[in-house]
Structure formats: structure tokens, C-alpha cells
Design a protein around this ligand. Structure first.
Ligand code: SAH
Length: 213
């Protein structure tokens, strides 16, 4: 688990790339500049860790592209102390970004292998999520609701109702919606019954799987 001078240099380059693609939130850029992404990847891909690309991790899943992580996190507008629910822990990279922003992070993963691996790994880097959960993100985490932010890091064929209902008033849900290609979608809960919806560009994610799969 080494983080060398060379890695740090490559990370600063990555920050510049992400910034040049339109990310302006300084806290998000700082987090990307700080987190050793190479340590979240399988050894075969170490050399690629600071390219702005998604890569395979265990269980046929991927670590999201840094730009995508930054884009979603920027939309979430996390403030220190916010309670944030992540669906799709995966490698834990997005979880680490949320921790860097001072959020109290709850994260759900449905692949047991990844859940186990990431639960062990994140604390080693000093990232302590409030809770990592092995379970189904479609149902959210009712017992800890309401959340100031909910971020879904897999492509959802539809917007799961429980996620909307677990948002605090003023809370934000960032979710890529669609089957083969997803539209990045932001919902802001304005009052108990009213949700404002905004759509951003197209992205590609691994699918948010339902129980039957
Ligand atoms: N945030 C992760 C992205 C991983 S890819 C990272 O930065 O590495 C999406 C993840 O969502 C995968 O790990 C996949 O196993 C998980 N996933 C898919 N369907 C899910 C569901 N219904 N509930 C929780 N996690 C799910």
C-alpha cells in the first residue's frame, strides 16, 4: 500500500483533466487530488489508475471514471456533517470522496465479495463510513433516513420510490436512469410531496441489479 511522489504527481494531472472537463467544485477536486485511487484498483490496472477512465474491479463490476465521480458528487452538494447514502459501494472510491467532504456516509453493496473486501480496505486508508451494508440498494436504508443526499453509482432502469421517500426536505438524489445508456438525473425534495427534477448528459454505468439477478 504505497503512495509515492510519482502517484501524487499523476493525481494532480488527473485533477487538471477533470477540471478541464468542467468540474468547478474545489472540495471535490481536492478530494480527487488527495485519494490514492491506485490503491482501490486490482494490481493489473495500477498503471492506469490516474487515467480518467473506469476500470474493472472484482465481481464483474467497475470503479467509476473519476470525471463521473466528480460530476455526481458536485451535483450532490455535500456539506460537512451531511448524512449521505450511497448505493453501490464497489471499490469504495466514491465512498472515500464522500468521507473527504465530511459526510456521514452509509453505503450499500449487493455483491458480498466486494462488500467484504471494501469493508476491510477503507479503514486501512483512514476512511470510516458510518456504516457499510451488504444488501439491496433498491430499498434504501429506512432506519437511517432521512438523508441530505443519496447517490446511486449504478445504472437504474427506473427511480426506486424508497430512495425518493428517504430524502430530507431540501435533500438531493443523484441517480443515472436508463437501461443501456443512462441520463444523469437530480431530484431535489422541495416539500414532502414535491420533487424538482433536473436532467444532465448521458453516462454509462454497470446496471443496478434487482434481487432476481
Ligand atoms: N461507487 C463504486 C462504483 C461501483 S460500480 C466505485 O466507485 O467503485 C456499481 C456498484 O453497484 C457495483 O459494485 C455493484 O455490485 C453495485 N450494485 C448493483 N446493484 C446493486 C443493488 N441493487 N444494491 C446495491 N449495490 C448494487
Amino acid at each position: 500500500m504505497k503512495d509515492t511522489f510519482k502517484h501524487k504527481g499523476m493525481r494532480q494531472q488527473l485533477v487538471k483533466v477533470v477540471e478541464s472537463k468542467g468540474i468547478t467544485d474545489k472540495n471535490v477536486l481536492n478530494a480527487i487530488g488527495k485519494i490514492p485511487r491506485h490503491l482501490f484498483m486490482d494490481s493489473g490496472f495500477l498503471d492506469h489508475a490516474y487515467q480518467d477512465k473506469a476500470f474493472p474491479i472484482a465481481a464483474d463490476q467497475t470503479i467509476s471514471q473519476p470525471y463521473t465521480v466528480a460530476f455526481q458528487t458536485q451535483l450532490l452538494q455535500v456539506k460537512s456533517g451531511d448524512k449521505v447514502l450511497e448505493i453501490g459501494t464497489g471499490s469504495g472510491y466514491q465512498t472515500a470522496v464522500l468521507c473527504e467532504l465530511g459526510a456521514q456516509v452509509y453505503s450499500i453493496e449487493r455483491q458480498h465479495e466486494l462488500f467484504k473486501k471494501t469493508s476491510k480496505f477503507l479503514p486501512k486508508l483512514g476512511y470510516r463510513a458510518k456504516k457499510l451494508i451488504f444488501g439491496d440498494g433498491y430499498i434504501g436504508l429506512k432506519e437511517e433516513a432521512p438523508f441530505n443526499g443519496i447517490i446511486v453509482t449504478a445504472g437504474a432502469p427506473f427511480v426506486p420510490k424508497p430512495l425518493l421517500s428517504q430524502l430530507a426536505i431540501g435533500g438531493r438524489l443523484v441517480i443515472p436512469v436508463g437501461d443501456d445508456v443512462q441520463t444523469m438525473t437530480l431530484f431535489i425534495r422541495r416539500d414532502p410531496k414535491q420533487f424538482e427534477k433536473h436532467e444532465y448528459g448521458e453516462f454509462r454505468f454497470v446496471p443496478l441489479l434487482e434481487d432476481k439477478n
